[in-house]
Design a protein around this ligand. Structure first.
Ligand SMILES: *[C@@H]1O[C@H](CO)[C@@H](O)[C@H](O)[C@H]1NC(C)=O
Ligand SMILES: *[C@@H]1O[C@H](CO)[C@@H](O)[C@H](O)[C@H]1NC(C)=O
Length: 781
């Protein structure tokens, strides 16, 4: 999910490393703009006109590099632009003496065992563990099964070798090894493994099923699903939507869509269907049809789930990224499975979120944000006598359930995830001042059982519950993976460390964390965290690397990232996680305070943290790097225009939106107007116009060294955003004291998900070289 970085070279300046590491000097070390004229890019006369409330009429602005929006792989003008910019960067980074050291540091940071999907199949006649692991530079994980006693023996050795037997090697799912498993679902009897797999991580996938008695550890041929899969192969699956095995393990409910034709078909639909094992999928019954009635005429996305007792089937529909849902429940057993079954309405009209926890004795326990923006746990009775059969469409059912509150909202601490386990327990993961705080409750009574804060500040990226306990998977800045088994015996908490992975030659305990606050422009206290090696002196001489996201109510803190880790390790830098407004770091209101008309707050907060670091002598002025991706990358381009000179020595804008008006002309961008404002609304337009990076580039500003990092196959934020921004920056500021450059990631999309280790490494080398050159930094290795 984290993107990455760059690569360069440079001709001309052989003796450029004069190590003028000074504070207040904003001239990049060894960079003389006169010797490096930027490539010429033809300017056109295209303009755009939008209605402005402030002007009481239209506002018109030029878009001189509109031609760079043409297809980047075929248009000669765009190809030349990319070639010229790539050469410029290549020439610059030729002066990077530590390329090999950087490559080695990154390779070291990939050298660990990436345990994931760890779960106890407690419902099986003989309970066993299932997990996946990717060792070192493996491109795909291998799945294993082992007994609890094998796991117990192996954990004493930190799972140095994967315990148990190979069950499924993902490289054997296709000849070229590009097919990967996205989601898995084990049947109620613990005998079947359903897996949703796709080629090169495409959005539309297929379901395959195999028995645990039929492993795929070697192969002579490569049929779809791999040798030994059952004939039950279902195409056009939306893996995000889940899959729900029936209690008797004879079939499952799933969500099917139309062929998206590699993104060309927007009418993709979403239907809930039922598959009986051993029957052709063409005979599968549709249970809930695509809903095209939702507000704004959008199609929705269905999700399916079955209660742990196997009695209740639930479906939930969303129609946009807000997560506001419609939801329905049925006692499916005893009914003929069809699109005319009887249902109870849970939530009927996309007014609030519903996330299921479980149903016990006809009482539905769930998480909602109804009248509680930071979330609460409630219960509602499912009264089967009120169920009604559908005549045409499930939307006929218009009921909402009465709720009784169990775990009240905790203001300013948002519930990010909920993971049920152990029959009556739930792990609620709260976000408190940008930190993940897992708390375990009895969800039937609302009683807090245990605040299970991990030792090192961590991000929680997965937890899988079973009838006896839960396995929690964590990552931290200094340890790529920590896995705990948590269980309760007669309500007594116990926590067993299965593994904590660390990079050879490093010790996560050698690093310190501090939680601080900066004061933003409007006086708001903004949290942030610093992490650093204990040898770092906080006397105003250290360098720093500040990361931010700050949008969509998400948080991006305490992530494991090979680039960050190798940089921290090789520079003894201070790493900074920013928790500014727009993110969910202080609850949903924190998100709203950085959204739409409040969007400027998000940028002020990023700048306030950077300035606080210097004021507190944590980081030397001019030796701070700012780095962010996607919405965070957009913020990097904004603060480059807005911040006082030398706030950062270098800025990295990865997969960044630079032209907010252009974003709305792309496919997924138009769904984000609630977050950033709608340029077609005259009031919103004035707000967006005031910060949209491209339209605010100015020739009076001194920009830090900037590296833009678009990706050639990014369909969420098209690379032209960066092309236009960079061309304009180079045109208006040809003598900027620091270089303004670009690394175009090849065969790369918006997220890091499909990126190969080699591509990741190339981009990171380029980025680290750029930063070392521009700031004149020395390595410690
Ligand atoms: C004003 O802007 C709107 C929205 O872009 C556009 O449809 C309209 O043609 C513009 N009017 C003029 C006079 O340019
Ligand atoms: C890899 O193989 C799959 C089929 O197994 C095919 O659909 C896909 O196009 C291939 N991908 C590449 C990159 O060759």
């Amino acid at each position: 999910m984290l993107p990455i970085f760059l690569q360069f070279l440079l001709l001309a300046i052989p003796t450029l490393l004069s190590f003028n590491v000074g504070g207040a000097n904003s001239q990049a070390v060894g960079w003389n703009p006169k010797q490096h004229p930027y490539p010429k890019v033809p300017r056109g006369s295209k303009t755009w006109s939008y209605r402005s409330a402030k002007k009481g009429g239209n506002d018109t602005f030029p878009d001189p590099y509109f031609a760079l929006e043409k297809p980047l792989d075929t248009d000669p003008g765009v190809i030349k632009f990319i070639d010229d910019q790539t050469k410029m960067l290549d020439d610059y980074v030729k002066g990077c003496k530590s390329k090999d050291k950087i490559a080695k540091a990154i390779a070291d940071a990939f050298d660990y065992s990436d345990y994931d999907n760890v779960q106890l199949i407690a419902q099986a006649a003989k309970p066993f563990y299932l997990y996946s692991v990717k060792v070192g530079k493996d491109n795909r994980p291998t799945w294993y099964t082992c007994t609890p006693s094998e796991m117990d023996a192996a954990r004493k050795n930190n799972l140095a070798t994967p315990p148990g037997k190979k069950f499924l090697d993902e490289t054997l799912l296709s000849v070229n090894g590009t097919v990967n498993i996205q989601y898995t679902f084990v049947s109620n009897d613990g005998q079947y493994f359903a897996y949703i797999a796709a080629d090169a991580n495409a959005d539309v996938a297929k379901v395959f099923v195999r028995k645990f008695t039929s492993p795929l550890a070697q192969a002579k041929s490569f049929p779809e699903g791999g040798e030994g899969a059952l004939p039950d192969a279902l195409p056009f699956i939306d893996g995000n939507s889940g899959l729900a095995w029936t209690r008797d393990s004879t079939g499952f409910f799933y969500v099917q869509v139309n062929d998206d034709q590699s993104g060309a078909n927007a009418e993709i639909g979403s239907a809930v269907r039922y598959h009986k094992l051993g029957t052709p999928y063409e005979k599968d019954v549709t249970v809930v049809h695509p809903d095209k009635v939702g507000p704004n005429g959008k199609q929705n996305y269905w999700f399916v789930w079955i209660s742990l007792d196997g009695k209740w089937l639930m479906v939930m529909g969303l129609n946009d990224v807000t997560g506001h849902a419609k939801a329905y429940a049925t006692l499916y057993e005893g009914q003929t499975i069809s699109d005319k079954m009887k249902w109870i309405g849970i939530a009927s009209d996309y007014n609030y979120k519903v996330q299921w926890i479980d149903v016990i004795k006809n009482v539905f326990y769930y998480w909602t944000d109804k009248d509680a923006i930071d979330g609460k746990v409630v219960k509602s009775t499912l009264d089967w006598s009120k169920a009604r059969a559908i005549k045409n469409d499930i939307s006929e059912i218009k009921d909402d359930l009465q709720m009784t509150q169990l775990v009240p909202e905790q203001k300013f601490s948002k519930i990010m995830y909920n993971f049920p386990f152990g029959g009556d327990k739930v792990m609620l993961v709260y976000i408190v001042n940008g930190r993940y705080v897992p708390k375990i409750y009895n969800f039937m009574t609302g009683k807090l059982l245990k605040e299970a804060t991990p030792n090192e500040p961590s991000s929680i990226y997965n937890a899988i519950g079973d009838k006896d306990g839960i396995v929690g998977m964590y990552a931290g800045t200094f340890s790529p993976k920590t896995v705990y088994r948590i269980s309760f015996e007669s309500d007594k908490y116990s926590e067993t460390l299965l593994t904590q992975q660390a990079i050879k030659g490093t010790n996560p305990n050698d690093y310190l964390t501090e939680h601080l606050f900066a004061t933003s422009k409007d006086g708001t206290k903004v949290p942030y965290a610093i992490q650093y090696h204990k040898s770092v002196k906080k006397d105003g001489t250290a360098s720093g690397w500040q990361h931010w996201y700050g949008a969509n109510g998400f948080i991006e803190n305490y992530l494991w990232d090979q680039s960050y880790f190798s940089w921290i390790r090789s520079h003894h830098t201070v790493f900074i996680w920013s928790s500014g407004r727009g993110g969910g770091d202080r609850g949903e209101h924190w998100h709203e305070e950085g959204q739409n008309h409040n969007r400027q707050n998000a940028y002020d907060d990023i700048i306030a943290i950077a300035e606080d670091l210097v004021a507190k002598k944590i980081v030397a002025k001019g030796k701070l790097i700012g780095e962010a991706a996607s919405a965070g990358g957009m913020a990097a381009a904004v603060v480059a225009n807005q911040a006082p000179p030398n706030t950062w020595g270098a800025l990295f804008a990865e997969r960044a939106v630079c032209d907010e008006a252009q974003r709305q002309r792309t496919r997924l961008g138009s769904g984000q107007t609630a977050e950033y404002g709608d340029v077609n609304n005259p009031v919103d337009y004035d707000y967006v116009r005031a910060w949209s990076p491209l339209q605010n580039i100015n020739n009076k500003q001194k920009y830090p060294a900037m590296l833009f990092q678009p990706a050639d196959s990014d369909d969420r934020v098209v690379a032209a955003n960066t092309f236009k921004c960079l061309a304009q920056l180079q045109y208006s500021n040809p003598n900027n004291p620091a270089p303004l450059m670009m690394y175009l990631a090849r065969a790369a999309g918006h997220t890091g998900a499909g990126l190969s280790t080699d591509s990741y490494t190339d981009e990171t080398i380029a980025q680290h070289c750029f930063a070392e050159l521009a700031l004149g930094l020395k390595r410690t290795d």
